[in-house]
Design a protein around this ligand. Structure first.
Ligand SMILES: Nc1ncnc2c1ncn2[C@@H]1O[C@H](COP(=O)(O)OP(=O)(O)O)[C@@H](O)[C@H]1O
Ligand SMILES: [Mg+2]
Length: 304
């Protein structure tokens, strides 16, 4: 039997290149061949194949795509097509779903998970926005549905503030409004990693003073944090509902409802950076092991 062939495109910064090396070595140990650096934004296709770095991508047995920072529209377009011929991790459908906050929140809620309250409407639908703003006790967040790192989000709070902001938002070049009720919280969150339906790790992030976003890029800091059963239960359900094999679930504790809410599900949750490892986040080895198991399981066509 010929050897199975796995392609990898992995982020290289923040310790990514080292993680990639470890993944590759572990796959080789299991007699699986590996090609790395398969950046589809430099690939091309013809009537019979998709090519990248002299590799016929659609002949791979599996493609592991793990690079959130360098995605391009072209790369996503080719990945979607490749997904028709080759197993991809994450599956393209699950990944595409979680690239969209509106679609993800609705799927999660329909699966019975506690999420944030949301509204999607046309950017001229001011009456609807006014009404929901009152109903949500004058606290909402505007979010780009495909944003990341807390970028482009606006918190609108206080009775008069919407009248002030809305005219600007109507004029801005937005396709539609995606709004979330602001959840009163203590400025921290939980990030839970799930691989192949199994709980892997949990840590916390704390928003800096004067900031409501916990994102590292917004100045947030990670800290060690144990999950409870409820957090693990919600995270496993969220991963299952979205169909992600590898998922990073963000939850915050709603101080008014006195329960956790799933804020976001990430399809390319980062490994701990060397700095974070020095702080005690020690899940990388286990995560690599779980991903190698997952790849092997998929290659053998076995179900979970
Ligand atoms: N509805 C909300 N209520 C309160 N805080 C929120 C809400 N949504 C997001 N946040 C805060 O903003 C951060 C970024 O939001 P998120 O939806 O995860 O977007 P991104 O993809 O940019 O990380 C969250 O980690 C959380 O701290
Ligand atoms: Mg987030």
């Amino acid at each position: 039997m010929s050897k199975k062939l796995v392609g990898i495109w992995m982020y290289q910064n923040g310790g990514g290149s080292k993680i990639e090396k470890q993944l590759k070595d572990k796959l080789l140990e299991r007699d699986i061949d590996v090609y790395t650096g398969l950046d589809l934004s430099r690939g091309y296709a013809d009537s019979i194949g998709i090519y990248c770095n002299q590799i016929k991508m659609d002949s791979l047995d599996l493609f592991f795509s793990y690079n959130a920072g360098e995605q391009t529209v072209y790369q996503m377009y080719l990945l979607e097509q490749l997904n028709m011929f080759t197993t991809t991790i994450n599956s393209f459908d699950a990944f595409k779903l979680t690239e969209d906050k509106f679609r993800t929140q609705q799927v999660l809620r329909k699966s019975g998970l506690p999420t944030t309250e949301i509204l999607l409407c046309h950017r001229d639908d001011n009456n609807r926005v006014q009404k929901i703003f009152e109903y949500w006790e004058h606290r909402l967040i505007y979010k780009p549905v495909d944003g990341w790192g807390g970028v482009g989000m606006v918190k609108i709070e206080g009775k008069q503030s919407l009248d002030f902001v809305l005219p600007f938002m109507n004029k801005a070049d937005l396709r539609f409004f995606y709004l979330e009720q602001y959840i009163p919280n203590d400025g921290t969150d939980f990030r839970v990693d799930v691989v192949d339906g199994r709980y892997l790790s949990c840590y916390g992030r704390r928003a800096p003073k004067g900031e409501w976003r916990t994102n590292i890029s917004a100045g947030g800091n990670v800290f060690l944090r144990e999950p409870n059963d409820r957090i693990i239960e919600l995270s496993l359900k969220a991963a299952e509902a979205t169909g992600l094999d590898i998922a990073g679930i963000d939850l915050i504790y709603d101080l008014e409802q006195e329960d956790y809410r799933v804020v976001e599900v990430n399809g390319i949750p980062a490994f701990a950076t060397p700095d974070q490892q020095a702080q005690g986040l020690d899940f990388n080895t286990k995560k690599i092991e779980c991903i190698v198991d997952l790849i092997e399981r998929k290659l053998n066509g076995a179900s979970r």
